[in-house]
Unconditional design. Structure first.
Length: 145
């Protein structure tokens, strides 16, 4: 467990470096990364991003409003449900992220250099299974305490 906790600390530090490059906070960086990953032209609802990041929807709402003021994302009411706010990256943000992509790719190559494609897929699958078991363990201990 200490190794996993240590990896999480290092990942958080990396997120802070990328965020600083854009002049935003680490959590704001994570919101942008979630949108970059999930948005397929229609935008992504606040609640989907909050679930992915394991944070309260009000936190995503507050931070996305700040990101919108800085020109990093757009927020619009869903045409099918006025209670839902859809978020999407601006062209400015897409260009900024594209500019960082080469550095991120090089860093990922360095981090995962000992894995070939098959080994990396296997490792990622095992991490996904571990994440699922940790989520179940969290629920189990919450019920017991």
């Amino acid at each position: 467990m200490w190794e996993i906790a240590s990896i999480n600390v290092h990942l958080e530090e990396l997120r802070q470096f990328w965020a600083k490059a854009l002049g935003i906070s680490g959590p704001q960086w994570m919101i942008l990364m979630a949108l970059a990953d999930l948005d397929k032209d229609d935008g992504v609802p606040v609640n989907v991003v909050s679930k992915l990041l394991h944070v309260d929807p009000s936190f995503v709402t507050t931070q996305s409003k700040l990101l919108e003021k800085k020109g990093f994302l757009r927020r619009k009411t869903s045409s099918s449900d006025a209670r839902v706010v859809q978020m999407s990256l601006t062209d400015k943000t897409r260009k900024l992220l594209a500019g960082l992509a080469e550095k991120q790719d090089a860093l990922n190559d360095f981090i995962f250099q000992e894995f070939d494609h098959r080994e990396l897929a296997d490792f990622t699958g095992k991490l996904a299974g571990l994440k699922t078991r940790l989520e179940k363990a969290r629920f189990k201990i919450a019920l017991e305490l």
